[in-house]
Design a protein. Structure first.
Length: 276
């Protein structure tokens, strides 16, 4: 029963390895959040496809090992260990990238952090909002601006890992996370329209639940059916290969518009049934 439910809600999206290799071999790809979870799985799939990589995250030992594995597999690989919430460090990285990467084919803006805390529990925690916005929104924008000329040269593509929950009416407890994802979604949509003339495409993956260290912190999520990080990486790769502008799970395509129609009822329930 659990397997049936898993296959129905999370249908597997495998990619043809030969096609991936034909597409990605020799290309330059920048990935944030490459040290763990979805980003790490994505990185290893790209290594198999002989892709050249520029990897970003905080955990230097992990990035170093992945780069070594990439070099051993015949790829060019570089990394920069950085806390993407640190604005000074991010400025330095952006200047460096302009010199170091003259051509970029893909930028997977994947690093992110979720936070679940009610606003009433965050009255003295403005930093919750700053940190979440800085990582999930601002760092993606800063790196997109810095990489714009290099992406334009290659008629490249930016793929943002968003969250399916940002397609539904806002739920209590998720103000920081959803605000950051919604801001990033809007920015990507706008850039897609504005940057068409530069040849740059923007794509958004509205990811459902994926078992990673980020989601598995929550015991309820840990026991729920979900994609594995490897399956989620396949979804990102499939989005990069096809002509679609977004990835959304099939059930979200149907239920999100209905949820918006029902939003007065949903808001009423949240206001009256959820304790502050
Ligand atoms: N898991 C889910 O259920 C789910 C659902 C929807 C959307 N998503 C999105 O998917 C993306 C990847 O998440 P994941 O589930 O793979 O989580 P994860 O396993 O926790 O990986 C997060 C990645 O982001 C990096 N990162 C975190 N904070 C950072 C910081 N301050 N500076 C630089 N890098 C940082 C981490 O590396 P370091 O710790 O080494 O810095 C790690 O490589 C996120 O954008 C998340 O919002 C996940």
């Amino acid at each position: 029963m659990t397997n049936l439910l898993k296959n129905l809600i999370y249908p597997v999206a495998s990619n043809n390895k030969k096609r991936l290799k034909e597409h990605f071999s020799g290309k330059w790809v920048v990935i944030t959040g490459a040290s763990h979870g979805i980003g790490k799985e994505l990185t290893y799939k790209l290594i198999e496809s002989k892709t050249n990589l520029y990897l970003l995250a905080r955990t230097e030992a992990e990035l170093q090992k992945i780069c070594q594995d990439a070099e051993n597999a015949g790829c060019h690989a570089r990394y920069y260990a950085i806390d993407l919430r640190d604005r000074n460090e991010l400025d330095k990285l952006c200047s460096k990238l302009k010199d170091e990467l003259p051509q970029v084919d893909y930028f997977f803006a994947n690093a992110g952090k979720s936070i679940h805390r009610k606003i009433t529990d965050a009255l003295d925690r403005l930093h919750d909002f700053d940190r979440t916005m800085d990582l999930n929104f601002r760092s993606m924008v800063a790196l997109s601006l810095a990489l714009q000329p290099a992406l334009s040269k290659q008629k490249g593509c930016i793929i943002y890992t968003s969250a399916v929950s940002s397609l539904y009416p806002s739920a209590p407890g998720w103000s920081a996370y959803h605000a950051s994802k919604a801001a990033a979604n809007t920015w990507c949509e706008t850039a897609d329209a504005e940057w068409k003339s530069w040849g740059i495409r923007m794509k958004i993956a509205y990811m459902p639940l994926v078992h990673t260290q980020m989601s598995d912190v929550n015991k309820t999520y840990k026991n729920m059916p979900a994609y594995s990080a490897s399956e989620a990486a396949d979804l990102l790769l499939r989005l990069s290969l096809n002509n679609r502008h977004t990835y959304k799970p099939w059930w979200a395509r149907m239920s999100a518009p209905i949820a918006y129609l029902l939003s007065p009822l949903i808001r009423f329930t949240y206001r009256n049934c959820i304790k502050a």
